[in-house]
Design a protein around this ligand. Sequence first.
Ligand code: NAI
Length: 306
Amino acid sequence: LNGDDPTRSAAPLQSAPVAVVGAGAMGSGIAQVAAQAGHDVLLVDAVAGAAARAQERLRTTLDRLAAKGKISEADAAAAGSRIHVTDSVSGLPPVGLVIEAAVEDLAVKQDLFRQLEQRVPDAVLATNTSSLDTTAIASALQRPERLIGLHFFNPPPLMRLVEVIHGPHNATDAGREILDTASELVRHWGKTPVRCTSTPGFIVNRVARPFYGEAQRMVGAGEIDPATLDLALRNVGFRMGPMELTDLIGQDVNLAVGTSVWEQTDRDPRYEPTQYQRDLVAAGRLGRKTGAGVFEYDDQGVAQNV
Ligand code: NAI
């Protein structure tokens, strides 16, 4: 496993079944990526029926990709048939890798990994956390070096970056080998793995916090309207403006991440969540997923007032 040829190190994982825990926006997308890369995928969600609904949506997505000519019908059918579901971690068969994409809550993640450590003792355990310290999550485990961060970006099938996150708990030979293996697997999936240490927000969420925050402060103070602000940012090379991007991420998810980074930096004012975003979340305007956030969305998720 430690050979010089990087393609060798991931070989055992490249053909192993993958479990994805949490069948929401991120878990579904990660399941699609793994299934299209040829893995059998077990999608798990604690809410009864949620994983099955995600499976249905993923098959529709794959069929649409085939209808648009982006993948063949055979590949769409094959990837769809590789996605299986279960409503509980206790129902998991042996897998090579688990990627956890449940809620951004340390206690929930620790509890899940405690169960997973028992249930799949040989698997690499990865969390898709956006902001929590992976060493704190791993502290719940008997063999903490098995737990790493694999942080995908929304939407996982399209975004190439995966932050591969490590902390002091990975600083063993076994831990380093797991990081190498996981990085190579992610590369095999067509992604760009970037290693980083488990600092608050890792790379992208740390750098992006002031970007979101400043935009929200300007809009909240009435200095600019959100559509014009996004238009300006889109026209200097940003793919999306901060207002539409936080609607895509989910205002609740983005607020949770921001709060976590702020708390982990001893409440550094640069990262303080804005009243504007708190008000959106309190009003249930969570973004595309609820049909309204900063903007209003139709059934297809197309913004109406941009
Ligand atoms: P989501 O709310 O769309 O989905 C979370 C899913 O996990 C839900 O279906 C929920 O029923 C399920 N769940 C909750 N507790 C569970 C448990 N104990 N066992 C099994 N399933 C459970 O959330 P989303 O956006 O998919 O985020 C998931 C994780 O990914 C969070 O840690 C988040 O910070 C992270 N993340 C989110 C990104 C985003 O843009 N939304 C980007 C990158 C990471």
